[in-house]
Structures are given as C-alpha cells and as structure tokens.
Design a protein around this ligand. Structure first.
Ligand SMILES: [Zn+2]
Length: 317
C-alpha cells in the first residue's frame, strides 16, 4: 500500500487483484457474496448486482443515485434496482485510496462484516494497489456550502489539507456527547477510523425489526447499548468508538461525490440524509467547487463538471 495520503496521490489507483467477501446483509439478514474487482482508469466505483439480469444490475456509486438514507445509504439505477448499506465499503475504498473498482454483489445489500470498515480495508491493503496512467481528480472546495436541519448541520469549507470534525449527542449515559477532529492524512483512516463499528440501542431494536430492518444485526456486527452498559462482552475498540464510526459513515457518504474532496467537513449530529443534501447542494453551486488534478495550478482551476452527471430516474430499494 502506498505511503501517500489518499488525496495526495497524483495518479488514480485500483486494486492489484480481485478480493472476495462473504457476510450477511444488515437489514435483509441474508448471506451475501461480494467480489471487489480492479477497474480501468476513470471508471470510478460501480456496483453490479449479479442476482439480476445482466443489463439491469449496474449501479454507479454516485450521489445522484442515492435512493434511501433512513438507516443506511442505498443507491439505485434507472431500472429500479438498488444496493443498500454501501457507506462502510465506500469509506474503505476512499480511505485506502482506491479510485476505480467494480463490485459484484449477489444480493441487494453490501455484507455488514463486523460492522466496521476494517475487514474491507485490511483486504485492500493485503492485495495491494496499482497506480494507473490517468491523473487523480480532486473536488476542491472553493466556497463554504452548508445544510441544516434543526440543531444538526454539515458544512464543507476550503482547506489545503482534507480534514473532518464531527460532534454527536445522543443524550444517554453511554454514547452521550462526543466530538473528534482529524486531518485525513497518511494512515489516519486505517488507524483511527476503520475499526469503529456501527451501533444501536436495545430499546429501539424491536421496533426496527418489526419494520423489516436490521434483521442481520447481532453482537458480531454492531455495538449494542443496553441502558447504561455495553452488551458486547469485548467492550469498545476505541474509547470514543461512536463518534469515530459516525465519521466513517460521513466519509462513506462523501465518497459518493465521485472523487476525493479537498476541503474541510464539519458536522453536528450528521446523518446519511444530511450528507446527501450537502453533496447535492455542493454540485448545484458551480462556484463552490472546482475539479482539479494534483498537477493543476491553482489559478487555472475552473468550476467544471468532471464527474458522471448522467441524470437518472428514481429507483426503489
Ligand atoms: Zn455506519
């Protein structure tokens, strides 16, 4: 694996070899097999549902394709098909510096694995990355963009080094209020974020299951909070694992921008819906961003479309 921070790589990268994963879907609870394949320069990240007719299964990992953000992020295509819970895998791809990959999945959901991005990141590191001939594109934030929802907000601002600050406040005894700021430089994703697991509250479980959600959830793939204690026998992986996982989710959602974001993200009580609103607003404001490569002199950077902007119809899960 490269020692360069992901956003400072000059060239695009893909995996050296395909890597396979088997797990369960968090919401559907069914076994899922997934293979992450290398892809050509400028291909970006795309999912291919192998359980569907070949012509209908391709879903580009793009902010325009987000169709559901309630408990996780789902993206869909013009055929009405979707793939759910993409955020941890997207965070691992971006955090490890993978620009191009084709992800074959034999069901409607990415396997939840252990509830974190670590199984993905560890396999990407083991198989290694290959540098490609094309320059890496970056989305440079030029003006602040902000979305709000009551006391929750998310903001992107210009910055020379990618960074993130997230605050959460669940008002309970275990998670409570947590905040963390990180510069997203070499090794930070793997050391500080990748192992943070998703989490849930015992008192909410039954209602969610009755709605057909989190059928695959268990102590093997989530931190479970039972009143004032953590139900998992092995406890937490980080003292502030909850805010670290929230940052992981945000990075996964931001990865749907289609290229690394050169800027600073700050949020209070963020969620998948707020993040998608933020990215949509960013791309609506043509003066708020520019598409650059590491070789672009700053004075030449122009607001310009550099990403797949093909419109699509609404899809259902
Ligand atoms: Zn998550």
């Amino acid at each position: 694996m490269s020692q360069m921070p992901p956003s400072e790589q000059i060239h695009q990268q893909t995996l050296r070899h395909p890597v396979a994963f088997v797990g369960v879907g968090l919401h559907g609870g069914r076994k899922v097999s997934m293979v992450v394949h290398p892809a050509g320069a400028n291909a970006g990240i795309a999912f291919l549902r192998k359980d569907l007719p070949a012509a209908e299964g391709l879903i580009a990992a793009c902010w325009r394709n987000v169709v559901d953000t309630e408990m996780s992020t789902a993206i869909g295509n013009d055929h009405g098909h979707a793939i759910d819970t993409v955020e941890h895998l997207m965070a691992a791809l971006r955090g490890c510096g993978v620009d191009n990959a084709l992800i074959e999945v034999d069901g409607p959901e990415v396997p939840i694995m252990d509830g974190s991005a670590e199984p993905f990141a560890a396999m990407f590191e083991r198989v290694g990355l290959r540098s490609q001939a094309a320059p890496r594109k970056l989305i440079r934030i030029q003006r602040p963009v902000e979305v709000r929802d009551g006391d929750r907000y998310a903001i992107l601002t210009p910055a020379g080094t990618p960074g993130i600050r997230v605050e959460i406040d669940y008002g309970d005894a275990v998670v409570g209020s947590q905040a963390l700021s990180l510069e997203l430089v070499d090794g930070v994703f793997r050391r500080q974020l990748a192992r943070a697991r998703t989490f849930g509250f015992l008192h909410q479980l039954e209602a969610l299951k009755q709605r057909g959600l989190i059928k695959g959830g268990s102590l093997r793939n989530a931190v479970l909070i039972d009143g004032e204690r953590i139900a998992n026998a092995c406890g937490l992986r980080y003292r502030d694992e909850f805010v670290r996982h929230k940052i992981l989710d945000c990075l996964g959602d931001l990865a749907l921008a289609g290229a690394p974001i050169l800027g600073h993200y700050q949020a209070r009580k963020p969620g998948h819906a707020l993040n998608n609103r933020l990215v949509r607003k960013l791309f609506e404001r043509r003066d708020a961003w520019s598409c650059i490569t590491m070789e672009t002199p700053k004075e030449l950077a122009q607001p310009a479309p550099c990403l797949n902007e093909t419109p699509r119809r609404q899809a259902s899960r």
